[in-house]
Design a protein around this ligand. Structure first.
Ligand code: FES
Ligand code: FE
Length: 456
């Protein structure tokens, strides 16, 4: 019997292997995590005109997101309030209304039931249309990135992101114009648990020089400083790893973006011109990050690589399967040629059939399905790398680890995962706001390290 309140040991930094396999754990995740968190839906650039819509998933629920006639964003569950059929089967489009395929009920772009065939004759004009709107979902946008939340008691999207928003602004605001996604998303199915790629993206710089060694040797010329093997990967002082409240986090390799794109003239030119503007707009610490390569996850299931510019959502389909949706990140003020260079590079590396994507997919599937074994699942997984070499940093919010190769952000992700799995409500979670980082005991790590360096 799995004890859902003891899946994660934050002191030992271990996780039960049941988190990748057990159906009961998965069912609780759907309710406690996907039912309460802000989940990525789309980017506003895909909903520019009134009547534009996209369909997507929030966990296993199909949802529709629209630009309503008053210009506001709306989101609702894609299930008819008559007999439950889905009312939209298109991925995207522009419409005045949604007409259910089954009996023809008509819903407006804000989800209201506006017409019912044979309403007078068969319902005797007694149907209460106002009570039969589609089930609405909270929808909010951060720098044009649109998220939805099922839980009315959850904090605002901005508060849910918290300090993570400070980091996201590095490229979502940048020099001022911001960023957008190139869609429609590439889609594929992967037979793995949704947390395997989420944890990989949130903090796994460790695997890059090993899992991707062959690909990096082949692509070496293109990936600049990242070429080589694990032993040659940069360590201390060549990047940091960060976790913030609510489990968001990332690892960043310094000065990697220009190196990766060194052969792409337009991109390199864009970066060289833009970095000083980012410094002016957001300050030096974020200008430094702007030219980094980031591996990141926004809790719970939205990940991206900034630098290789791929943006992904891992939609769960049961404990052992996900649907992977991938877009490409581009800066709005890049030239068209610069955007084309970024899209080509991102698709070739981390698109559905990308070189590095295929390397990762193999590990994702194996890490999940090895847990088919009953005795295997009695074991735990370890995320102790860099424990104690992390703390509060004068320039960067959250808990900051000393190298981009570490497991600080794994620990932060699973700490919040357990908090959500055990909590009865957002009130329980809010009660921990002051103390969330107590499991990172060496908070003065950076203060001591900077003082020691100054004394040298
Ligand atoms: Fe939609 Fe009947 S199920 S109109
Ligand atoms: Fe990888």
């Amino acid at each position: 019997m799995v004890d859902i309140n003891k899946l994660v040991d934050t002191k030992a930094s271990t996780q039960s292997k049941e988190v990748f396999w057990d159906q009961e754990v998965y069912d609780r995740e759907i309710k406690n995590i996907f039912g309460r968190s802000w989940l990525f839906l789309t980017h506003e650039c895909m909903l520019e005109k009134k009547g534009d819509f996209i369909t997507t998933k929030m966990a296993e629920d199909s949802v529709i997101v629209t630009r309503h006639t008053d210009g506001s964003l709306k989101a609702f569950v894609n299930s008819c309030t008559h007999r439950g059929n889905s009312i939209c089967s298109a991925d995207s489009g522009n419409t005045k209304s949604f007409v259910c395929n089954y009996h023809g009920w008509v819903f407006s772009t804000d989800g209201k039931l506006v017409d019912v065939p044979l309403r007078e004759k068969c319902y005797h004009d007694e149907l209460d249309r106002d009570s039969l709107s589609l089930k609405t979902i909270r929808v909010e946008s951060y720098r044009g990135f649109v998220f939805g939340c099922f839980d009315e008691t959850a904090p605002s999207l901005e508060d849910f992101l918290g300090d993570w928003g400070w980091y996201l602004d590095t490229w979502m605001v940048g020099a001022g114009e911001g960023a957008e996604l190139v869609g429609p998303p590439m889609k594929s199915i992967l037979k793995c648990n949704w947390k395997v790629p989420t944890e990989n993206f949130v903090g796994d710089g460790y695997h890059v020089g090993w899992t991707h060694a062959s690909a990096l040797h082949v692509l070496g010329g293109e990936l600049g400083g990242l070429a080589g093997n694990q032993a040659e990967m940069p360590f201390d002082e060549l990047g940091i790893q960060v976790t913030t409240r609510h489990g968001h986090g990332f690892g960043v390799i310094d000065n990697a973006a220009i190196a990766i794109h060194a052969k792409r003239d337009e991109y390199a030119k864009y970066m060289e011109e833009t970095i000083p503007k980012v410094a002016e707009n957001l300050g030096e610490p974020r200008a430094k990050l702007f030219n980094g390569h980031w591996n990141c996850s926004t809790f719970p299931n939205c990940s991206f690589l900034y630098g290789t510019n791929i943006f992904k959502v891992w939609h769960p389909r049961g404990p052992h399967e996900i649907e992977v949706w991938s877009w490409v990140i581009v800066h709005k003020d890049m030239s068209d040629e610069g955007k084309r260079e970024v899209v080509k590079q991102a698709v070739r590396s981390f698109g559905t059939a990308g070189t590095l994507e295929s390397d990762d997919g193999d590990n994702m599937v194996q890490s999940t399905h090895v847990n088919r074994g009953n005795y295997t699942r009695e074991g735990t997984m370890n995320s102790t790398m860099g424990q104690g070499y992390e703390g509060e940093h004068p320039d960067y919010p959250g808990i900051v680890g000393s190298s981009f190769i570490g497991e600080t952000s794994y620990r932060g992700f699973y700490r919040f995962y357990q908090e959500m799995m055990s909590a009865d409500s957002w009130d329980d979670i809010r009660a921990n706001d002051e103390h969330w980082a107590d499991c990172f005991p060496n908070k003065n790590y950076w203060k001591d390290r900077i003082a020691a360096k100054a004394a040298e």
